[in-house]
Design a binder for this molecule. Structure first.
Ligand SMILES: *Cc1c(COP(=O)(O)O)cnc(C)c1O
Length: 345
């Protein structure tokens, strides 16, 4: 990996971050807080939240077997995807490389930040080759985005190829593991020490059932986490979100149960879907959704919308012609989908 100082935008390296009242005073023993122009009434929402979410990071560190200093928390993964662009990519000069097809937010953030987005097409098994990906990089490539399990394809990317990219690329490799709790492959979290350029993204939005509270996690070296902390909004994770996430962490056995039942339901739904007259092919998946090629995706999509059933039409996405992406729901929800498609060609 190149030295961080070479990767980071010069203005961000020089930046003196905003120092909030809650940053400057860090002890817990005080009882009179007259430092932040808060209202003394309406406890507890009157107080600004902890800008570094220490209590929550303490629990996440234990659960994920990392150090609290290796954790960045953001307003959804969206924030953890956007901040590396703002920290590392000079607008109009630098570029990033990503596989295609993949999660749409990487390209949106690239466009918003005026950073060139280079796509490398996956093969017909939705896999990539490290050498092809690395060949798309140049001296101005700051970030590589990999998503495993990948969205919308559902499969895990080849671990050996990911490791080659991590070893050979001088910039940051961001591996989005939003669906890792549903996968048979282990997370890359255990490899953070070995790969100083690795950033692993995870989220409370999928297995943890908390898409509504907006909480995303980035795991990386303390040096990289410090860069992200330096440029984030001071109170990026609000108090209600921190509180709800703390409570979720204490009932993590429930998450295990949800995952187990969704995996069981996924097997049943995919087997039944494969037998539908409109189904041409089902792709293997390591996520809580699967990709299915059907007779005519736009027509089937509209037919389902008409019945009040919404799936994702991925027809226009590279390599996904006539494909629908189907999220695994509850058993009755999945049965509603299957029944609606019974007898449809
Ligand atoms: C759903 C999803 C996320 C989650 O995004 P949040 O902003 O945390 O809700 C991240 N990455 C991928 C690939 C996803 O599919």
């Amino acid at each position: 990996m190149k030295p961080l100082k070479e990767l980071i935008r010069p203005n961000i390296w020089e930046l003196k971050p905003y120092s909030s009242a809650r940053d400057e005073y860090q002890g817990k023993e005080a009882s009179v807080f007259l430092d932040a122009n808060e209202n003394p009434y309406n406890i507890p929402n009157n107080r600004y939240p902890d800008p570094l979410q220490r209590d929550l990071k303490h629990l996440i560190a234990k659960e994920k077997k990392v150090q609290p200093e290796q954790i960045f928390l953001g307003n959804g993964s969206d924030e953890a995807i956007d901040l590396p662009f703002r920290a590392f990519c000079r607008p109009g000069v630098d570029n990033v490389v990503a596989i295609e097809p993949t999660y749409g937010m990487y390209q949106v953030c690239a466009n918003v930040n005026d950073v060139a987005y280079r796509k490398v097409l996956l093969d017909h098994h939705f896999q990539f080759s490290a050498s092809e990906l690395l060949a798309a990089t140049d001296e101005n490539t700051k970030l590589i985005f990999l998503c495993s399990p990948n969205n919308p394809t559902g499969n895990c990317l080849n671990r050996h190829e990911i490791e080659t990219v991590l070893r050979e690329f001088g910039g940051l490799v961001i591996v989005d593991e939003a669906y890792i709790d549903f996968a048979t492959e282990p997370s890359l979290l255990g490899r953070l020490e070995e790969f100083p350029n690795l950033v692993v993204l995870q989220t409370f939005s999928k297995a943890w059932g908390c898409a509504g509270i907006r909480l995303g996690m980035a795991f990386a070296s303390p040096e990289i986490v410090q860069v992200l902390n330096k440029i984030k909004y001071p109170y990026n994770v609000n108090r209600l979100t921190q509180q709800e996430a703390l409570q979720m962490m204490q009932r993590n056995y429930e998450v295990q149960r949800w995952v187990a039942s969704l995996l069981e339901e996924r097997t049943r739904l995919m087997a039944a879907f494969a037998k539908l007259p409109c189904c041409r092919k089902i792709y293997p998946t390591d996520a809580n959704f699967f990709l299915a090629r059907v007779s005519d995706a736009p027509r089937i999509y509209e037919y389902l919308v008409d019945k009040g059933i919404i799936v994702r039409n991925r027809s226009h996405v590279a390599l996904c012609q006539n494909c629908l992406r189907i999220t695994v729901g509850t058993r009755p929800e999945n049965d509603t989908l299957l029944n609606a498609l019974q007898g449809i060609q």
